[in-house]
Design a protein. Sequence first.
Length: 264
Amino acid sequence: MADLLALAPHRSTTATLLAGAARERGMDVTVLPRGGPRAAPPPGTRAYYYGGPLFADSALGGLGIALLEPDGSWLDGLPHAFTGRRVGCVPLSEARRAPGPLFVKPPTDKSFPAAVYADGTRLRLPASPLDDPLVQVSEVVTWVREFRLHLLDGEIRTGSQYAVHGRLDVAPLAGHGDEAEVRAFAARLIEGHGDSLPSAVVLDIGLMRGSDAPGEGRWAVVEGNMAWFSNVYAGDPARALDVVLRAAGPRADIGEGDARFRRA
């Protein structure tokens, strides 16, 4: 039985790295056509996916792929000990009435850029098929350093620093001066709340300064992400691919614990 990694037509450095890792383990790789009909894999092919959610929703119907993603309200459901800030998932109409400054982002996908707004009246988001879509709103904090972790069954398969003071600055997690603290914080989160995430997921955490974290700051969750639409940065592509294949693979392989995280 052949394994196929299907890529969205929008190419990226991460897609190229994952494609190389897939070929090294004997998988076939294809770029799906832009705007084409829903593709069907050759008989006996097990298909996997890496790419954006909007393209996936329109083009993956014939590939038999199930996509896992964290719940849109996952972050605001965590205790303050892990978020370090006030976070809420609210309708856009409510967010537009909120005083500022406030940080606003999509709950799960990348349908609009995350940004800081002076107040809710400044929110001008792209048209949505929903009249009043949910948006995630949080207080404004400063992230000193941010890290991306590819998790599989609660284990960090690979990781990378990706930003310092909000600017792109990539470095492998392995050997990083913060590695021990990053792993310790992730272990506490997984121990207490691992069942609130898919078995394959990307977790962003960071050293945060804010109203509740003066001085050196505190470790907190930035957000949870879909593994099949996350940049690897300086992580190991082969180990990241392990996570992607679980998060966007054959429907028949979805375990009972992951069924509730399947993208509709």
